[in-house]
Design a protein around this ligand. Structure first.
Ligand SMILES: NC(=O)c1ccc[n+]([C@@H]2O[C@H](COP(=O)([O-])OP(=O)(O)OC[C@H]3O[C@@H](n4cnc5c(N)ncnc54)[C@H](O)[C@@H]3O)[C@@H](O)[C@H]2O)c1
Length: 314
C-alpha cells in the first residue's frame, strides 16, 4: 500500500457507529478514529468493531480525541441531536449549530488537509456553517444532502416497476427535508422516460400514483423514527459511497449538499444538486435541464434554507 488512508468520525451514535461498521467492512480505510463527547460510548463501539475485524478487513480502529484526527484524509461529522418522533430536521438547527461551533474548529486545527463530510441535521445548514467556520475551499466541504432521499426514491420507483433500483435514474434536489424537489421531467429507467417505461411494465403512467411514491420518499424518515427511533443503515451506506468516490477518485455523481453560486438564480447557500465527487472533493456540479415548475420549487427550497442561515447571523 502506498500510503495509509485515515478516516475520522465525529459522533459515535447510531449513524457514526453504523458508518464506522460499513467503512470497516469496505476495507477502504487503514485507520478509523471515533471521537465522541461520550468517551465511554465511542470506546464501547470501538471494542465491538474490533471484534468484528477478524471476519472482515484489518484496520486500526480507535477511540480518540481531536488530536488523534491528525492526517485524516476525510472527517465525517455525525455528532449532534437527532430528530425525535414528529420533529422536523430544521428544528434541530440551534442546538446542533452550537455543537458545530466547537467541533468544526477542532477538526480544522487537527486535520487542515481533510475533506469534511457533514451528515448531522439539518444537513444543508450545518454544511454551510462548516464551510464558513472552517474557511475551507467549497470543494472540500460536502453535505450528505439528498443522497439518501435520491436512494429512497430509486427504491420506491424500482419497487413499483419491479426492477433493480440501480437502473432508475431520478434525482431529488433541494433541501434534505420537507421542501425537497423530485425531478420528474428527467426521471428515466435505462434512458426511457417514465411515461414511456410504465407501458413497458404493463402500467399506465399516472402522475398521482408517482406523487404518492415521492410522498413515501419524503416522509420515510418520520416513519422509521416513529417505528425504531432513528435511521442509520441507508445513510451509512450513502456516506460510504461518497467516501469511496473521494478515495478512489471515482467521479461518481451524487446529489450532495454543496455551496452553489447561480444555480437557477440560487447563490450563497449549501443545497443538493448532482455533483461529481473526486479525490479533491466536489469537482463540478451538473446543471440539470429543469422544467419551470421544478426550478421554481428548487428556488423556494433554497429560500427556506437561506432564511434560516440569515437568522443565524453567522
Ligand atoms: N443526513 C442524513 O441523511 C441523516 C440521516 C440520519 C441521521 N442524520 C443526523 O445525524 C445526526 C446523528 O444521528 P444519530 O441517530 O447518530 O444520533 P445519536 O444521538 O445516536 O448520536 C449522536 C452522537 O453525537 C455525540 N455528540 C453530541 N455532541 C457532541 C460533540 N460536541 N462532540 C462529539 N460528539 C458529540 C453524542 O454523544 C452521540 O453519541 C443527527 O443530527 C441526525 O439527525 C442525518
Amino acid at each position: 500500500m502506498d500510503r495509509l488512508t485515515k478516516i475520522s468520525i465525529i459522533g459515535a451514535g447510531n449513524v457514526g457507529s453504523t458508518f464506522a461498521y460499513t467503512l470497516m467492512l469496505s476495507g477502504l480505510a487503514s485507520d478509523i478514529v471515533l471521537v465522541d463527547i461520550n468517551k465511554k460510548k465511542s470506546e464501547g463501539e470501538v471494542m465491538d468493531l474490533n471484534h468484528a475485524m477478524p471476519f472482515s478487513s484489518p484496520a486500526n480502529i480507535s477511540s480518540g480525541n481531536y488530536d488523534d484526527c491528525k492526517s485524516s484524509d476525510i472527517v465525517v461529522i455525525t455528532a449532534g441531536l437527532a430528530q425525535k418522533p414528529g420533529e422536523t430536521r430544521l428544528q434541530l438547527v440551534e442546538k446542533n449549530m452550537e455543537i458545530f461551533k466547537t467541533v468544526v474548529p477542532a477538526i480544522s486545527k487537527a486535520a487542515p488537509e481533510a475533506i469534511i463530510i457533514v451528515v448531522s441535521n439539518p444537513v444543508d445548514i450545518l454544511t454551510y456553517v462548516t464551510l464558513k467556520v472552517s474557511g475551507l475551499p467549497k470543494e472540500r466541504v460536502i453535505g450528505s444532502g439528498t443522497t439518501l432521499d435520491t436512494a429512497r426514491f430509486h427504491f420506491e420507483l424500482g419497487n413499483a416497476f419491479g426492477i433493480d433500483p440501480r437502473n432508475v435514474h431520478a434525482y431529488i434536489i433541494g433541501e434534505h427535508g420537507d421542501s425537497e424537489v423530485p425531478i420528474w421531467s428527467l426521471a428515466n429507467v435505462a434512458g426511457v422516460r417514465l411515461t414511456d417505461f410504465c407501458p413497458l411494465c404493463g402500467m399506465n403512467y399516472d402522475q398521482k400514483a408517482m406523487d404518492k411514491l415521492f410522498e413515501k420518499t419524503k416522509t420515510a424518515a418520520y416513519k422509521i423514527i416513529e417505528a425504531k427511533g432513528a435511521t442509520y443503515y441507508a445513510i451509512a451506506s450513502g456516506t460510504l459511497q461518497i467516501v469511496e468516490s473521494i478515495l478512489r477518485n471515482e467521479k461518481s455523481i451524487m446529489t450532495v449538499s454543496t455551496f452553489v453560486e447561480d444555480y437557477y438564480g440560487v447563490s450563497d447557500v449549501c443545497i443538493s444538486i448532482p455533483a461529481i465527487i473526486s479525490r479533491d472533493g466536489i469537482k463540478e456540479f451538473i446543471k440539470l435541464a429543469l422544467s419551470d415548475d421544478e426550478a421554481d420549487a428548487f428556488r423556494r427550497s433554497a429560500k427556506i434554507l437561506k432564511d434560516i442561515i440569515f437568522s443565524l447571523k453567522l
